[in-house]
Design a protein around this ligand. Structure first.
Ligand SMILES: O=P(O)(O)OC[C@H]1O[C@H](O[C@H]2O[C@H](CO)[C@@H](O)[C@H](O)[C@H]2O)[C@H](O)[C@@H](O)[C@@H]1O
Length: 287
């Protein structure tokens, strides 16, 4: 659970201060955003997620002004683009292992995961039984990842318990497990993280500053990715922003430079990035 940060009053001055390095030189700045829980409010069914039009409008303008704008998602890159529905930005899908560049038709897949799709999908098919369906566990096929969702199941506790068993089986068969917001992902035993994906994506970009905004465990990797680039001198400024929720991990707020309140707070942040009024999105200073 992302805790309320020392809830000093919402401070737009702190927000402006945090964004200053990006705003000072948009042509040398990157804006990287998670989707679910960050741009798109969390909803019961993954297929129903959408980015509010007001947020999309801001993103379109940000894409015009900033050197690099990308969404970095646990979803497939093509799904990420369908949800955000902006063709002029890039999408890093499946936790950074798929890259769909702005304007490209097909994503480029990290070679390390390319051969795992069949095995992961077979695991998903084997796990899918009558009991899981009775419990209304939803299975999401993401190519190289299979996800088991229990949000909105009539008995979430029972559904989660059944998914615990699946996690054990996955680990016994040499696959990796990753827990997110009411979801278990079964992944191949290779490096799949948003931080590594971001570093590959930004390799040739000449940047001074980058911001990453996220809400869940997988976004800690995104934070770490920017932190490493800063330590290696590939960036002069890194801004890590936590979109807080009552489901998010506490570590994310702990490691963030700035905490905002959910998707509304992110929208206010994007507004401020464009120099507009940050409104009452609930920015809280981190630390
Ligand atoms: O990295 P993200 O872009 O934040 O994607 C994370 C996962 O998001 C989706 O699941 C989450 O959002 C759903 C819709 O609001 C919600 O029903 C579910 O409980 C959440 O876990 C998506 O379905 C996953 O594939 C992503 O990995």
């Amino acid at each position: 659970m992302t805790p309320a940060r020392p809830t000093a009053d919402a401070s737009d001055a702190r927000l402006a201060e945090a964004l200053a390095p990006l705003r000072a030189d948009p042509a040398r700045s990157a804006v990287l955003l998670d989707i679910d829980g960050t741009l798109a409010p969390i909803v019961r069914y993954a297929d129903d997620a959408h980015v509010p039009e007001a947020t999309r409008t801001l993103l379109i303008e940000i894409a015009r002004r900033y050197a690099v704008v990308a969404c970095v998602s646990g979803r497939r890159a093509s799904d990420a683009r369908r949800i955000v529905s902006i063709g002029t930005i890039s999408y890093l899908g499946s936790h950074g292992t798929e890259l769909l560049r702005a304007g490209a038709v097909e994503p480029v897949l990290d070679p390390a995961v390319r051969d795992w799709g069949r095995r992961i999908q077979a695991f998903g098919r084997e796990a899918d039984n009558a009991e899981l369906r009775r419990l209304r566990v939803r299975i999401e096929d993401k190519g190289s990842i299979v996800a088991f969702h229990w949000r909105g199941a009539p008995d979430e506790e029972a559904a989660r318990a059944a998914i615990d068993t699946i996690a054990g089986r996955a680990e016994q068969s040499g696959l990796r497990t990753h827990w997110g917001r009411k979801v278990l992902e079964v992944r191949p035993p290779v490096r799949m993280d948003k931080g590594a994906g971001i570093q590959r994506f930004l390799e040739d970009a000449e940047l001074d500053a980058a911001m990453y905004v996220g809400d869940d465990v997988t976004d800690l990797d995104g934070f770490r990715g920017l932190g490493e680039m800063l330590a290696e001198g590939k960036l002069r400024h890194a801004l890590r922003v936590c979109a807080a929720s009552d489901e998010g991990p506490t570590e994310l707020a702990d490691e963030a430079d700035l905490v905002v309140e959910g998707t509304d707070g992110v929208r206010a942040l994007l507004e401020a990035l464009l120099g507009g009024d940050a409104g009452d999105g609930g920015a809280q200073p981190a630390g």
